[in-house]
Design a protein around this ligand. Structure first.
Ligand code: PNS
Length: 161
């Protein structure tokens, strides 16, 4: 069974990585799919986010990283994936995630959404929090993979110089 783990990943956090690692034990293959959304203005380009995720998941042999545009279910069908994997951190995630799962079900009856509860230590963590901390010079190396922390520090140093 192939599972798609879709998201913005701007940037990937240790919480995302935890879901990928644990999902990789449940499914035969995981495709981490970075949404390329022309309406958003991400910190990192789609290509850079794919590169960052590839680097920090290279130890996982059944994980592939890709990008996509359009509907997640169309991308899942294209890759014969039967599952959309999503992490749940706190109760407030649930409303949005449930709505998304129901919407996707109306778009594709055969694709199931599977939720994994985020490990407690990452339940407060989000990409936006990481960016806010980094922007004001705070520590983020306990929140994101090492390669990503390096890229973020570089970005803010360059943009402030
Ligand atoms: O990391 P995010 O931003 O919470 O991920 C959201 C994502 C990319 C999974 C969601 O926005 C998505 O699936 N977008 C693609 C468009 C789509 O399929 N929309 C219908 C389902 S709401």
């Amino acid at each position: 069974m192939i599972a798609i783990y879709p998201g913005s990943f701007d940037p990937i956090t240790l919480g995302h990585l935890d879901i990928i690692e644990r999902g990789g034990k449940l499914f035969e293959h995981i495709i981490v799919a970075v949404l390329c959304n022309p309406n958003k203005h991400p910190l990192f380009s789609t290509e850079k986010r794919v590169e960052q995720i590839r680097e920090c998941t290279q130890h996982l042999t059944n994980v592939r990283v890709d990008s996509f545009t359009g509907l997640t279910v169309d991308y899942a069908r294209l890759h014969s994936a039967g599952v959309l994997l999503r992490g749940l951190r706190v109760l407030s995630d649930f409303e949005k995630e449930l709505q998304m799962a129901h919407t996707n079900k109306t778009l594709s009856e055969e694709i199931e959404t599977v939720f994994l509860a985020t490990t407690t230590e990452y339940s407060f963590l989000s990409s936006s929090t990481v960016k806010e901390i980094a922007q004001f010079g705070g520590p983020i190396s306990h929140l994101v993979p090492g390669n990503v922390a390096r890229d973020i520090y570089w970005y803010y140093r360059e943009s402030q110089s």
